[in-house]
Design a protein around this ligand. Structure first.
Ligand code: SF4
Length: 322
């Protein structure tokens, strides 16, 4: 659980220095990345105006445009029922709007999908380099796949030459102090070739390595999906524990936050994994007053409740699904 508290502190520090967005625990190609930073692109502001949530990938990749309205089942690459569900979600977040003709629903984009992703950085947290686990393999995979422009290892450990020798050269290394929030750059990352095809290492055994080529086009699609998930998700746990022992606070260098701290355990806790009746200190109560969304809105360019870009908001109810 020390890793969880470390990760929250890393996110708080990254957010403070970033002009983009930070998110944690995002599924990518074949693995979950600890922390992702989305660097803003030219139309970042336009993206913030559409929705605070994630725009579904298949809706962005579909043939639904801003011009002629189309049937979702014909324009979205999915089985008809699923295509309609994707369209529902795209309408809900304000990226599609619907109109009805002859009793059938047609959809179009409310706005062109903006060019808002300036870059992606991945951070792999390993507070204790003495317990590396799968670290080397994960980092080798990240470098050979080249999904992120930069990959950085963040640790609390003193980094020796022997450690550096085991980490792929392209991976940057930072040493992070969770008390002060200070970062020492041990090694800068190289820029990876994100616009070329890459190679995913799907399995590695002593005598055998399974690989899978990933095209540049597929990588572009994955990068957009990662950025969208990061936009919608962020890094703060959504809810605080419904427990008397729970407090909302931040790490020592940024105490005014809304992260789940447990007075009984004397540390930050992961509510989803640690809290509930099975915990020895659990005592049911209202969760502490806290508003992670407002904090995110205040500290980042993300907008919690944008006006949206739907052109014909009034009467949308009439255009429900058949
Ligand atoms: S459930 Fe347990 S870990 Fe969670 S806040 Fe309460 S005492 Fe702490």
């Amino acid at each position: 659980m020390r890793e969880f508290a470390f990760e929250l502190a890393v996110c708080a520090a990254l957010e403070a220095e970033s002009d983009g967005l930070i998110a944690r625990q995002l599924g990518t190609h074949a693995r979950i990345v600890d922390v992702v930073e989305v660097v803003p692109g030219p139309d970042f502001e336009t993206r913030t105006e559409i929705t605070s949530g994630t725009i579904p990938g298949p809706a962005i990749e579909s043939a639904v445009g801003v011009g002629r309205a189309r049937r979702a089942s014909e324009a979205i690459d999915a089985a008809p029922e699923r295509a309609e569900t994707i369209a529902d979600r795209a309408i809900e977040v304000g990226f599609f709007e619907a109109e009805r003709r002859n009793g059938r629903r047609y959809v179009r984009q409310t706005t062109r999908y903006p060019d808002w992703i300036g870059g992606l950085r991945a951070f792999e947290n390993k507070p204790d380099l003495g317990r590396p686990g799968e670290l080397e393999r994960q980092l080798r995979t990240d470098v050979s796949l080249g999904l992120f422009d930069e990959v950085v290892l963040v640790t609390a450990s003193y980094v020796t030459g022997a450690h550096l020798n085991r980490i792929p050269e392209a991976v940057g290394v930072r040493r992070f102090d969770t008390e002060t929030g200070t970062v020492e750059t041990v090694r800068e990352p190289d820029r990876l070739a994100t616009d070329e095809g890459g190679v995913a290492i799907t399995e590695e055994q002593p005598a055998r390595v399974d690989i899978e080529p990933v095209t540049a086009e597929e990588k572009a699609r994955l990068r957009r999906r990662i950025a969208e998930r990061a936009y919608g998700k962020g890094w703060r746990p959504e809810t605080l524990p419904a427990c008397e022992q729970a407090r909302a606070r931040g790490p020592p260098f940024a105490p005014e936050d809304a992260l789940p701290y447990c007075a009984w355990k004397g540390r930050f806790v992961d509510p989803a994994r640690e809290c509930g009746p099975d915990c020895g200190g659990h005592s049911p109560a209202e969760p502490p007053e806290a508003d992670p969304e407002t904090i995110r809105d205040r500290r980042t360019p993300w907008i919690a409740d944008p006006d949206g870009v739907v052109r014909r908001q009034a009467g949308l109810d009439r255009f429900g699904r058949e």
